[in-house]
Ligand binder design. Structure first.
Ligand code: FE2
Length: 332
């Protein structure tokens, strides 16, 4: 009896990078040079820099960038220690910086082309900021963010608003090819309307939005490399921005935005506003740290990625591998 089912050997499946790429200073420096230095990184929100002369710092590996607001209202980014002036640009109230030598093409211009789901981002204000220190290599954190295969068992709150099959691959191989070729920005509307527990509003004052643009229910997300994303809901928006602070440590910054006229304690409760996404990220922090512990075992070997539900991970590693290969061709 013949069958059309083609069984593949696990040796022929895509696994992502080998174990040693996740450890040590040498690989961290390669990753930073190939992935982070050439790109724009979220360093701050302008509402953290209201007073002239105020400053915040952002760490990437062993380097620290200071973002300072001038008396004239500009934002100056400087690498501490070297004093080197870094590139800066502002998008949707976020100050992006780049450690690149040459100023990269504007990410803000590219993100604006996505249409922002019709939201009027000029009316956003920062309601909350929170950072998680994750004891795991940055690639583990990014990989986790690129799939939902783990969601059903680990994110009881998230799966009230998102089908864990959301990352089901339409064409695994083509997606990997597209990502390797440079696809770095993606939009979707696959999260529940409010991206909150039980889909209930967390702010009584809705965000301003142009009618007829974007999905009717207001669910809209935009993701861009390296690893950042902004999720809009009718009443609030949330951003996460992860980056390595060491070979085995990753800082994940979260920002919550509400309408500029929303009043804390009246229109929204701060803990309620943060609950849905922060709960999910605490769960992910524990997952990533467990993965890192497992990978410390010298007998660890990367297993095949699921061609149906881990296309996001495979796409990420395909893109990442292309960056490393372009920067360090001698390694291949
Ligand atoms: Fe997760």
């Amino acid at each position: 009896m013949s069958t059309s089912l083609q069984l593949r050997s696990s040796e022929s499946e895509f696994t992502g990078p080998p174990r040693e790429w996740f450890f040590g200073e040498e690989w961290l420096q390669r990753d930073i040079a190939a992935v982070f230095d050439p790109r724009w990184l979220v360093a701050a929100h302008v509402d953290q820099l209201i007073a002239p002369g105020s400053a915040v710092s952002m760490t990437l590996g062993s380097r620290v960038c200071e973002v300072r607001r001038t008396a004239g209202g500009d934002y100056i980014a400087t690498e501490l220690g070297s004093g080197r002036r870094l590139h800066a640009e502002v998008w949707v109230g976020f100050v992006f910086v780049s450690f690149a030598t040459e100023r990269p093409a504007s990410l803000a211009d590219e993100l604006d082309k996505s249409g922002l789901g019709g939201y009027d981002t000029t009316r956003f204000k920062l309601a909350a900021f929170k950072t998680h220190e994750v004891e795991a290599n940055w690639k583990i954190v990014f990989e986790n963010n690129n799939e939902c295969y783990h969601c059903e068992l680990n994110h009881p709150e998230l799966v009230t608003q998102i089908d864990w099959k959301v990352t089901e691959a339409a064409d695994f191989d083509q997606y990997m090819l597209d990502r390797a070729a440079g696809r770095e920005i993606e939009t979707s509307n696959k999260i529940g309307s409010y991206s909150t527990l039980n889909n209930e509003p967390v702010s009584q004052r809705l965000l301003a939005r142009q009618p007829g643009i974007g999905p009717a229910n207001g669910s809209w997300t935009v993701f861009w490399e390296p690893g950042s994303g902004l999720a809009f809901a009718p009443d609030h928006a949330w951003m996460q921005a992860p980056r390595p602070t060491g070979a085995g440590t990753t800082q994940v910054d979260q920002y919550w935005l509400v309408d500029v006229d929303a009043v804390e304690g009246v229109d929204y409760d701060l803990e309620n506003l943060k609950f849905f996404w922060d709960t999910t990220l605490v769960q992910d922090k524990h997952l990533c740290e467990s993965v890192q512990k497992g990978m410390r075992n010298p007998v660890y070997q990367a297993g095949p990625l699921n061609r149906r539900f881990q296309g996001g991970n495979a796409g990420f590693y395909s893109w990442y591998g292309a960056q490393v290969k372009a920067t360090y061709p001698e390694l291949f």
